[in-house]
Design a binder for this molecule. Structure first.
Ligand SMILES: Cc1cc2nc3c(=O)[nH]c(=O)nc-3n(C[C@H](O)[C@H](O)[C@H](O)COP(=O)(O)O)c2cc1C
Length: 168
C-alpha cells in the first residue's frame, strides 16, 4: 500500500531516459486492472522519441510538460464490439491509475493529463497521433525521473467529514 500514499503528480523531469524494461513493467501493471466483464478495452501508445515528444507538447495546453518528459503513454479505448460499453471510461481510469502507481513504485515521476471527455482536446490529439477509427484517446501519462528528490512525499488527504457511516 505504500505506493498509494507516496504517489504524487510529478511535472518536472531529469533528462535521463526511461529503461524499456520499466516501460514494460508499467504496461503490465496497466493491463492488470479490473474491467467490466473483463472486456479489457484498452490500447496504449508509448512515445519516447525526443522529436515526437516535442511535437506533441504543442498539441494541447495541458501537454506542455512533454517538452521535458522522457516518455508519454497515451491510453485509448476500443469503440466497437464491447460487452460493457457503458463502463469503458471506468476501465480506462483504473488502467491509468495502475500506470501511475507502478511508475511511482519504480521511482519514475508521472502525471495524469486528462484528455477524454474533453472533446476539443481529444480531437486535436487524435489528429496529431493519427488514431485509428476504432479507437478513442482517453488519457495521457507523462513520465520522467523527477527533478525534485522529494517528489514522492506523503500528503494527508483524509477528510473524515466526507464519510457517512450507516446513514447520511
Ligand atoms: C482525470 C484527471 C485529469 C488530470 N489532468 C491534469 C492535467 O491536465 N494537467 C495536470 O498538470 N495535472 C492533471 N491531473 C493531476 C491532478 O492535478 C492531481 O492529481 C491533483 O492536483 C492532486 O495532486 P497529486 O496527484 O499530487 O496527489 C489530472 C488528474 C486526473 C485524475
Amino acid at each position: 500500500m505504500n505506493v498509494i500514499f507516496k504517489r504524487r503528480s510529478v511535472r518536472n523531469y531529469l533528462p535521463d531516459a526511461i529503461e524499456k524494461d520499466k516501460i514494460e513493467k508499467i504496461l503490465r501493471a496497466a493491463m492488470q486492472a479490473p474491467s467490466a466483464r473483463n472486456q479489457r478495452p484498452w490500447r496504449f501508445l508509448v512515445i519516447q522519441d525526443r522529436q515526437e515528444l516535442d511535437r506533441l507538447s504543442e498539441v494541447a495546453t495541458n501537454m506542455k510538460m512533454l517538452k521535458e518528459a522522457q516518455a508519454a503513454i497515451f491510453t485509448f479505448f476500443e469503440k466497437d464490439n464491447l460487452t460493457a460499453p457503458l463502463f469503458v471510461q471506468q476501465d480506462l481510469s483504473v488502467a491509468t491509475m495502475n500506470i501511475l502507481l507502478e511508475a511511482s513504485e519504480l521511482g519514475i515521476g508521472n502525471c495524469w493529463l486528462g484528455l477524454y471527455p474533453n472533446l476539443e482536446r481529444t480531437s486535436h490529439v487524435n489528429k496529431a497521433l493519427g488514431t485509428p477509427e476504432n479507437l478513442e484517446v482517453f488519457s495521457l501519462i507523462s513520465l520522467g525521473y523527477p527533478k525534485d528528490p522529494d517528489a514522492f512525499h506523503y500528503v494527508d488527504r483524509f477528510e473524515p467529514e466526507k464519510v457517512y457511516y450507516e446513514k447520511f
